[in-house]
Design a protein around this ligand. Structure first.
Ligand code: GUN
Length: 287
């Protein structure tokens, strides 16, 4: 196996460790960062994600609360819950776990979260700030990818980056971050023609397709850095990503594993955003 493994698990632990002094200095002022996660419905993967986020928060000294609403909850109840959390001074970050059930308009819901508590970075104000190059809260997955690349010494400036996937959570914000760091960025999607040959041009190839093992070794330039955002349970019960890890790691120069790559970084960046939200709110005079 030739590729260097980009170990997100240990870097995430380092990031969480580096937040300790900020949490301690807030504690000295009688403040504790607090994250409220809202989970609507029964999606088993979402339940696991939310529980993992809450557990990681507690380990970092961040208070967490999980608000559960039933699968059939009307949009109004979710908006009311968000309004209450916006007004709650003990809550510094609000996260609405996606996807939401069909009856709920995700755009309206995300717009209802106070931008100052939008630690997922999904509010139009935070996404707009990112587009303008002066980011407020940056979504956790793209921020985590940039941190991993930086830590591994992957050269971004001048690199050709190809992102497979155009979601608002990963593909689009990551394209902006790579562009701000002077990469030449191509975003591919389900209607892209000649995907494999575009992918093969990438110095940095990011797979965020939602399709298990879509990226095969013939789609990767020798020596490229391959970042896998996907997480799926294979029929044999194993966890796999969007990248066919074994064969691709024979070709790539560096690669993120699944699990233990981007996933833990997403959570670490969410906690970092929550601590920052608490610091910013603590710096404000009481209303
Ligand atoms: N669903 C998939 N990824 C995410 C994420 O980063 N945040 C939230 N809130 N929901 C998600």
């Amino acid at each position: 196996m030739a590729a260097k493994i980009l170990d997100g698990k240990s870097l995430a632990a380092e990031v969480r460790g580096s937040l300790k002094s900020a949490v301690a200095s807030l504690a000295d002022r009688g403040a504790r960062p607090g994250l409220a996660a809202i989970l609507v419905g029964e999606d088993p993967a979402s339940r696991i994600y939310v529980r993992n986020k809450a557990r990681a928060c507690e380990e970092a000294g961040v208070r967490s609360e999980i608000h559960e609403l039933p699968q059939g909850a009307p949009e109004r109840s979710l908006l009311e819950r968000i309004a209450a959390l916006n007004a709650d001074r003990a809550v510094h970050g609000i996260l609405v776990q996606l996807p939401l059930p069909r009856q709920i308009d995700a755009q309206r819901v995300l717009a209802a979260v106070s931008p100052a508590k939008d630690v997922d970075g999904f509010h139009a104000q935070n996404l707009g700030a990112l587009l303008q190059g002066s980011p407020g809260f940056v979504p956790g997955t793209p921020a985590g990818v940039m941190r991993l690349l930086d830590h591994a010494g992957v050269r971004v400036a001048g690199a050709r980056a190809v992102i497979l996937g155009r979601s608002t959570i990963v593909g689009k914000p990551l394209a902006l971050l790579l562009l701000q760091n002077d990469a030449t960025v191509t975003i591919c999607h389900s209607r892209t023609r000649e995907l494999a040959s575009l992918a093969r041009e990438a110095d940095i190839l990011v797979a965020a397709t939602g399709r298990p093992k879509l990226v095969t070794a013939n789609m990767v330039k020798p020596g490229a850095c391959v970042v896998d955002i996907g997480i799926h349970r294979a029929p044999d019960g194993r966890i796999v990503g969007d990248v066919d890890f074994g064969p691709v790691s024979e070709v790539a120069g560096s690669i993120t594993p699944v699990p233990g790559g981007v996933g833990p970084m997403t959570i670490a960046m969410l906690i970092a955003n929550t601590v920052r939200a608490a610091e910013l709110s603590n710096a404000q005079p009481a209303a």
